[in-house]
Design a protein around this ligand. Structure first.
Ligand SMILES: [Zn+2]
Length: 436
């Protein structure tokens, strides 16, 4: 049973109300009672029930009329440049004495000015975004509601093109399709209400217009382009194992940033790792140079201390050996099965041949690994020496060489660096801990 005070509480839309009262409720055997209207769908011979559809139409008309009146009132205010929106743009708040007037919120306006100044000096939106995020400049949501949100290029673009900052109020850009539908639709420009000088400006008009003419550089992607930096693609976040990129920081500084943090900053998955990139690069180069000099001068015997590669082949050999044992066991079992007449002799013949072939294969594999194990030692030795020589010879190593040399550089939040070389032997030379 559904009970409402009157019909309008069930719905102001007569089509929808009718659907319920006439169809849905009777179908589901639901009793509907409207107290004030005296409607009770289960009461037979109740005259009020017949009037219900008309009441619904009246309610609907009332809604339509009310909606029209409200809209007209809103449009009148909008055409006068009175602010009727709910959320004000960053930098403005509603006047406490007149809620249809905007006044500057100085604390917020400072951020707006900074964004416009950066754009005016030719800083791209992506760079502005990074600057704001890395410097912990609060977004509108954080400022007003304490919500942990971050700057996006979309927000910054919106700010840089918003005429509210030069004292212009633009309203009725979008409106509802009709009073029954809550969906918003963009209005053509002719329907906008644009009124100048409705409130104090935050940005100088000439500066604002200059920025509109400038093609706001989308150089965010360009900076992040691969191999732009010596250690690009090699830096990994120790805490979350995602790649670390390089972004423009303060002044001439380039800062690292954990990509996982950058993309999912809202989720608090990782920390920024926003350290000075150049410092890292210098520390890494210095460390490698020292390490290589040590290898050369002290004649560190790479093959004595570490036979990591040898070990790997050893492991592979062990695996093959185990497979051979399993094959052998199966052969034995099959032989017994044949004796116990669980399988026919033909079947035994066929399967055992197959297993024996496999066994031969495994034997060959084992021998191949043995050979690889012995050869790899010398080959790698030469290759490593070549790379070390090249590195020490060059004034400035190339990114290409770095990528041949290094597998990854893990960066800890406490600025510890772990370098993993592509040549496993290099990873086991004892050396001091690396920090920067
Ligand atoms: Zn991370």
């Amino acid at each position: 049973m559904v009970i409402t005070k009157d019909l309008s509480r069930l719905g102001r839309d007569y089509i929808e109300t009718g659907e319920y009262v006439e169809k849905w409720f009777p179908e589901k055997n639901v009793r509907y009672i409207s107290v004030n209207d005296g409607i009770d769908t289960f009461a037979t011979n109740n005259g009020n029930n017949d009037i219900a559809p008309f009441k619904s139409i009246l309610n609907d008309m009332y809604s339509k009329d009310l909606s029209k009146k409200i809209r007209t009132a809103l449009h009148t205010m909008q055409s006068q440049g009175k602010w009727v929106g709910s959320k004000t743009a960053l930098g403005y708040q509603k006047d406490v004495n007149d809620k249809n007037k905007l006044v500057i919120c100085e604390e917020e306006a400072e951020i707006v000015r900074r964004i416009f100044d950066m754009a005016y000096l030719g800083t791209g939106i992506g760079e502005i975004k990074n600057y704001l995020n890395l410097n912990n400049i609060p977004t509108t949501n954080r400022m007003r509601y304490g919500k942990e949100t971050y700057w996006s290029t979309r927000t910054i673009k919106k700010i840089l093109t918003n005429q509210v900052y030069i004292g212009v109020t633009v309203q009725n850009k979008r409106s509802r399709i009709n009073y029954k539908n809550r969906k918003l639709r963009a209005n053509p420009k002719e329907q906008w209400y644009v009124v100048e000088n409705t409130h104090p400006a935050i940005i100088d008009k000439s500066q604002f217009e200059a920025i509109q003419k400038m093609k706001i550089a989308q150089n965010y992607e360009r900076i992040g382009k691969k191999n732009h930096f010596l250690l690009d693609g090699l830096m990994v976040c120790y805490e979350c194992k995602h790649k670390i990129g390089v972004k423009k920081g303060k002044g001439n500084r380039w800062d690292m940033i954990c990509n996982n943090y950058r993309k999912n900053s809202k989720l608090n998955i990782c920390t920024a790792h926003g350290f000075n990139y150049k410092k890292l690069e210098m520390a890494v180069l210095k460390y490698i140079k020292q390490l290589f000099l040590k290898v050369n001068q002290e004649r560190v015997e790479l093959n004595i201390r570490n036979s990591n590669i040898k070990c790997d082949y050893q492991k592979m050999q062990e695996k093959v050996k185990n497979e051979m044992i399993t094959l052998n066991n199966n052969l034995d079992k099959m032989y017994l099965d044949q004796l116990n007449q669980k399988i026919s002799s033909q079947m035994y013949e066929r399967l055992s041949k197959k297993l024996q072939d496999e066994m031969k294969q495994k034997e060959l594999e084992y021998l191949e690994l043995e050979e690889l194990k012995n050869n790899s030692e010398e080959e790698n030795e030469e290759e490593i020496k070549k790379v070390i020589d090249e590195f020490l010879k060059l004034e400035e190593p190339t990114g290409e060489l770095m990528r041949i040399l290094i597998h990854k550089i893990e960066i800890h939040q406490d600025k510890q660096i772990d370098i993993t070389f592509n040549f496993r032997k290099l990873n086991h030379i004892e050396n001091q801990d690396l920090h920067f």
